[in-house]
Design a protein around this ligand. Sequence first.
Ligand SMILES: Nc1ncnc2c1ncn2[C@@H]1O[C@H](COP(=O)(O)OP(=O)(O)O)[C@@H](O)[C@H]1O
Ligand SMILES: [Mg+2]
Ligand SMILES: [Zn+2]
Length: 275
Amino acid sequence: METAEARESKRLTKIGSEQRGGLKLMQITLGNERICEVCGEPSEREIVLGAGVTRWMLLPCACRRARDEERAKKNREEAEARISAGRVALVAKIQKQTPPAYQDVPLDAKLQQFADSFNGSRWLILRGAVGTGKTTQGYALVKYLANAGKLDAEIGDYRRRFECWNVARWLSAARAAFSGNGEVPDLEEPFLLFLDDLGAERIKRDSDGDSWAREQLYLVLNTRWEWRRPTIITTNLSAKRVEEHFLDERIADRIFDTSLTTIVTLTGESFRRKR
Ligand SMILES: Nc1ncnc2c1ncn2[C@@H]1O[C@H](COP(=O)(O)OP(=O)(O)O)[C@@H](O)[C@H]1O
Ligand SMILES: [Mg+2]
Ligand SMILES: [Zn+2]
């Protein structure tokens, strides 16, 4: 610890150099020190600001340092408790939004590595024939990520937001919203998006060969691609078939951007037929 004399000499040097530089700040004089009765270290210092004006400045004596440390520890523990309560609530919310048909199936080994290395930006394309468990695994993955704390709030609640949508259902809700019934469910902003069964929706072409549904999907996927927002997509289309389906290489290009996307293919017989 610095001695009182050393501090005083530093102070005088400082005032001296300020005066030499033609810059005279407030002239203060250090007065008495009070010693903490508990730890015996200086706990307060009197500062004389001017004629008869004095203030007592708190000094960090050992007890005070211990108190500060304890308060910081308590704050840390409270923050951890908040995060963990948020995690429990999130997992419960996901569980509630998972249709019974897809519940209680553990994460497939093929998705383990994606899940464990998930850093909040990568996309996943889950491919496979009908009934191979794509939708089930999509939900299992979202739940796994939440349980592992990978969807914990980092930037307020926005980080925790997620949406799970069947593509055809979302398009139908969006259509209804555009004709005045309800709001278009936003798929661009949520931190995590699970888009189920891309390619099962009908892409109806307008008279000019363009398609409203295609444009809506392009807007969502392009924004998420630009902002690197993690997106899980299930589909039974190949890249080639995605292009044919949408007649749009822009969409296929975002989805199958291999610098961003992990592609996992589920194989095997349909679980539905096996039963
Ligand atoms: N690992 C599994 N073990 C047993 N049944 C499963 C498993 N994965 C999925 N299923 C069941 O098989 C059915 C088809 O799964 P689903 O996820 O709908 O396939 P997909 O989306 O590929 O068509 C569902 O009823 C689901 O509950
Ligand atoms: Mg499915
Ligand atoms: Zn003390």
